[in-house]
Design a protein around this ligand. Structure first.
Ligand code: FE
Length: 334
C-alpha cells in the first residue's frame, strides 16, 4: 500500500493584508473594537496584531481605493523547509521570486495560487517586543490582554473567492503540504474546500466565486477562544452601527462558532469563538458535504440561516452582482 508522505514545511498563517478605502474607520474597528495593537504605520499601511499573535503583525491594513485582500503571509517550519517549498514551486509552471525589505519579516518567497492570489513564505520574523507596561505575567502571552473592545487573541484563517476551487486547493496541497479537511461538492462541482497544515480544520479556505472574477476576499477570521465573547461583540456592533451580517451561530463545517461583521472599509471579518474540532488523525479523509446534507447542517449547524449576500458578497465588491442579488431578493416568492 502506498501512502503519500506528508509535508510539514508550512507552520502557520502569519499575516494577511487588507485594503480599505475608509482607513480611519477600519483602523478604529480593528484597534478599538477588536482590541488589536498597532505596531507601526509607514503612512501607507498600519500594522496590527492580536494580543497573543507573536510577531510584529498579523494584519497589514493598507490605504487603498477599494476594499480587498493583498498578500497572505505564511511562516515556514524551518529555513530548510522554506528552501524545500521554494524548490517545489520553482519547479512548477507557476514559479515565484524572492522579495527583500519586507516589514515585520525577512526575505520572503513570493508566489501566487493558480488563480493569482499573492502569498509570501518566509522563515525570518520580527517578534513583537512588549513595552514594560504591555508585558504580561503570563509567560506564554505576547502581551497583556488589552483593555479595549472585545480583544481577539490571534489570527485564525482566511477564506478566498476563486474561480477554480479544486485547482487552487491542489496547488496548496501539492506544493505546500496543506491537507483538505472538508469540502462541498454540489452537482459534481467542488464549490468550497477547507485546508490546513496544523490540527486546525483550516488556515485557508477556497470558495467558488460565482459573482465575480475570483481573487477576492470572502472573509478574514480572528479567534477569541471563548464563544461567549461573541455575544458581547454582537451587542457592541448594534450600539456602534456596524453591520452584523450573520451569527452568532455554529457552522457544521469546522464546527466553529461564527459571527460575520462587515468592517467599515467593506471587508467581511469573521469572529471565531472556539477552535471547532481538532484533527490529530494522520490518515484523515476529506469529509465531503453534498446536496443531501450541506444546507441541512453543513453551512449552519444552529443559529439562523446565512443571508443570500453571504454567497455573493466579497471584496473587491462586484456592484453588478450585488444589484442583481438585491433585485432577486426583492422579487415576490412564487
Ligand atoms: Fe471562516
Amino acid at each position: 500500500m502506498s501512502f503519500q508522505e506528508p509535508i510539514h514545511d508550512v507552520a502557520q498563517l502569519a499575516s494577511v493584508e487588507l485594503f480599505t478605502p475608509e482607513f480611519e474607520e477600519s483602523l478604529w474597528f480593528f484597534h478599538d473594537v477588536l482590541g488589536m495593537t498597532a505596531t507601526e504605520d509607514d503612512g501607507k499601511s498600519c500594522y496590527l496584531r492580536a494580543f497573543e499573535d507573536p510577531y510584529h503583525h498579523s494584519l497589514k491594513l493598507t490605504r487603498a481605493p477599494h476594499a480587498g485582500i493583498g498578500i497572505i503571509g505564511w511562516r515556514a517550519s524551518s529555513p530548510q523547509a522554506l528552501d524545500r517549498r521554494v524548490a517545489a514551486i520553482d519547479a512548477s509552471d507557476n514559479p515565484g521570486k524572492w522579495v527583500e525589505n519586507n516589514t515585520g519579516y525577512g526575505r520572503a518567497y513570493e508566489f501566487s495560487t493558480p488563480s493569482g492570489q499573492k502569498q509570501h513564505l518566509f522563515w525570518d520574523v520580527d517578534y513583537f517586543k512588549p513595552t514594560e507596561e504591555q508585558k504580561s505575567k503570563l509567560l506564554s502571552r505576547a502581551q497583556k490582554r488589552p483593555l479595549r473592545g472585545i480583544p481577539v487573541r490571534r489570527i485564525d484563517h482566511v477564506n478566498l473567492l476563486c474561480k477554480d476551487v479544486t485547482r487552487d486547493s491542489d496547488f496548496m496541497m501539492e506544493k505546500l503540504g496543506f491537507r483538505k479537511r472538508e469540502n462541498v461538492v454540489l452537482g459534481g462541482d467542488e464549490l468550497a474546500s477547507w485546508l490546513s497544515v496544523s490540527a486546525l480544520v483550516h488556515e485557508v479556505a477556497f470558495t467558488k466565486d460565482n459573482a465575480g472574477p475570483g481573487n477576492r476576499l470572502h472573509h478574514l477570521a480572528f479567534w477569541f477562544g471563548n464563544s461567549g465573547q461573541m455575544l458581547d461583540l454582537a451587542d457592541i456592533t448594534r450600539d456602534y452601527g456596524l453591520k452584523l451580517e450573520a451569527g452568532p451561530g455554529k457552522h457544521g463545517v469546522s464546527q466553529g462558532y461564527f459571527m460575520y461583521i462587515i468592517e467599515p472599509g467593506g471587508n467581511r471579518i469573521e469572529l471565531f469563538g472556539d477552535v471547532g474540532y481538532l484533527i490529530f488523525d494522520p490518515d484523515w479523509k476529506t469529509r465531503t458535504w453534498d446536496e443531501s446534507n450541506f444546507m441541512d447542517g453543513g453551512a449552519v449547524w444552529f443559529g439562523g440561516d446565512l443571508p443570500q449576500d453571504f454567497f455573493v458578497y466579497g471584496t473587491p465588491i462586484v456592484e453588478a452582482a450585488m444589484e442583481e442579488n438585491a433585485a432577486s431578493e426583492a422579487e415576490p416568492a412564487e
